[in-house]
Design a protein around this ligand. Structure first.
Ligand SMILES: Cc1cc2nc3c(=O)[nH]c(=O)nc-3n(C[C@H](O)[C@H](O)[C@H](O)COP(=O)(O)OP(=O)(O)OC[C@H]3O[C@@H](n4cnc5c(N)ncnc54)[C@H](O)[C@@H]3O)c2cc1C
Length: 484
């Protein structure tokens, strides 16, 4: 019955192409905004989001004020061509004292994105619908696509964009570990992750990236006093931010090997130091050319990077606000946080806690930690054969999508079109955001995603039937409407 009602609604608006966006985090929500601002009179946008509030996604769904953005306010505008948009919004809606260099709470950023979607959709109510449900399958239906939803509905669309974002970490495969246990937190982003934790227990965080920093900050803010152990293969923690100006990274004759690139980066760091600057200036200057460099590398070199340099890249590229870095440094000095480097070899649940044994990186010796709780902080899972997404499994089974060669995301063409199992780019299905990581590597944070959103929005609009309509906005009108 639901399905009939939805079909009837789709039929009412079949005179306009329907663009369905699956996933309403930053990427999906801002694509909806982009489409509505540019072509509200000519399309119908359906945003399908399984979570409670569109605009938040995993990153900005947190309600904890201590979870800060890891990018300064000056670089987090939702619009690539209006760099001060977030700043002005935050000064008006959050605090008049917000400065460009501040790291805002992620919860505030979630409110910002939700407000952009709300404004764009309320100005164009006849062109937009948000469906609160999970998409579980996508299948061709003539020259359209049928999307099935978990609650039983089916909707049809002329173009479908997957903006599925970040998936929880894959379950840890460690000898001795049971699949489920009250002492093991499989998904640190879930709202109930620490519901039964007490403040005096000891905890082991597996993985030492931004997720483990988030968990540490949250646990301490809740009054958690026990020791926090952080264990990862190399034992590296994210570096701190520090404002440094950066000159452009040289892009002529960039080496196409990891060894050559590393040599060039070291040389740039040396030059930066000679000028009184440091490595941060070089890493930041790389940001605008990372996608270009990544795409120029042969697959074998990309693999080499992932095997040998990825963890070093991650801690230098994905840095943390000074305030949070200070907290961590103090806790490490006082022994409240202990970091360990090694590979886990065994996991045993005992009556007194969980005993995790690892082979220490430096000494090669087996060492054990006995803790009350273990948290999987290994970060978003990019190998889609391992995530629990009925939609992705269904699409891969139907041959509509396939993982990229590095299993970092999905195989996509240059414009984001999904590449099917036969190697052909789709003319109906697109991917946005972290799903494009294999193609671009740098495809996870807002400064890159907002550019991607604008490009895909413009591609989808340019493919619409040409028709003079008073409500089709020009680029300048779009900008003016957002600025006001
Ligand atoms: C904890 C964390 C903190 C981060 N902090 C920052 C930061 O400070 N600055 C920065 O630039 N980047 C940050 N990032 C990077 C982040 O990837 C991007 O900023 C951005 O949030 C990605 O948005 P997205 O919409 O692509 O993905 P997501 O935010 O993951 O959104 C995907 C959405 O799709 C929905 N969904 C998935 N499958 C389905 C389905 N089948 N049906 C319906 N809905 C579905 C999910 O419910 C989710 O809402 C952070 C990432 C994480 C994980």
């Amino acid at each position: 019955m639901n399905s009939d009602r939805t079909n009837a609604r789709s039929n009412e608006i079949l005179d306009r192409p329907i663009i369905a966006i699956i996933g309403g985090g930053f990427s999906g929500s801002m694509l909806a905004v982009e489409l509505l601002r540019r072509a509200a009179g000519r399309i119908y946008v359906q945003l399908i989001e399984r979570g409670p509030i569109p605009g938040r996604g995993v990153a900005y769904g947190t309600q904890f004020e201590g979870h800060l953005l890891n990018v300064r306010a000056r670089n987090m505008s939702a619009y690539a061509d209006i760099p001060d948009h977030l700043l002005r919004w935050a000064q008006r809606h959050y605090s008049s004292s917000v400065k460009p260099d501040d790291f805002l709470p992620r919860a505030i950023y979630g409110q910002y994105i939700s407000s952009q979607l709300r404004e764009a959709s309320s100005s164009n109510p006849a062109a937009f619908r948000c469906i609160r449900d999970e998409a579980i399958s996508v299948a061709p239906a003539g020259n359209r696509t049928e999307i099935r939803l978990a609650k039983g509905q089916a909707i049809f669309a002329n173009r479908v964009v997957l903006a599925l974002g970040n998936f929880p970490p894959a379950d840890l495969q460690i000898p001795g570990k049971a699949t489920a246990s009250s002492r093991y937190v499989a998904n640190p982003w879930s709202v109930n992750a620490f519901a039964n934790a007490t403040n005096d227990e000891s905890v082991l965080l597996i993985g030492s990236g931004l997720t483990s920093v988030d968990v540490t900050v949250e646990l301490r803010a809740r009054g958690f006093e026990g020791t926090i152990h952080i264990l990862s293969r190399r034992g590296l923690l994210p570096q701190r931010h520090a404002a440094v100006p950066f000159p452009p990274f040289p892009t002529e004759n960039t080496p196409r090997t990891i060894r050559g690139l590393l040599r060039l980066i070291r040389l740039q760091v040396k030059r930066a130091e000679e000028r009184g600057s440091n490595w941060r200036a070089v890493v930041d200057s790389l940001r605008t050319v990372t996608q270009q460099i990544w795409r120029s590398l042969p697959l074998a070199e990309q693999r080499r990077f992932l095997r040998h340099l990825r963890s070093y890249w991650d801690v230098h590229r994905h840095r943390i606000a000074e305030r949070i870095a200070d907290q961590l440094t103090l806790q490490i000095r006082s022994g409240q946080i202990e970091t360990h480097a090694g590979r886990i070899i065994e996991y045993q649940e005992r009556s007194t806690g969980v005993e995790v044994t690892y082979r220490e990186r430096k000494s090669g010796q087996a060492k054990s930690l006995l803790v009350d709780r273990v948290v999987n902080c290994t970060g978003p899972e990019g190998d889609y054969r391992r995530v629990s997404s009925p939609l992705l499994l269904d699409m891969m089974e139907r041959g509509l999508a396939r993982p990229d060669a590095l299993s970092l995301g999905l195989d996509v063409a240059d414009d984001g079109a999904l590449v099917d199992t036969q190697g052909s780019p789709s003319s109906l299905l697109y991917a946005l955001g972290p799903l494009r990581k294999g193609k671009l590597w740098e495809s996870i944070a807002v400064p890159e995603l907002r550019v991607q959103v604008a490009a895909l929005g413009s591609l989808l609009v340019s493919a619409l039937p040409v028709e003079s309509s008073p409500s089709v906005s020009t680029s300048n009108e779009v900008l003016a409407s957002i600025r006001s």
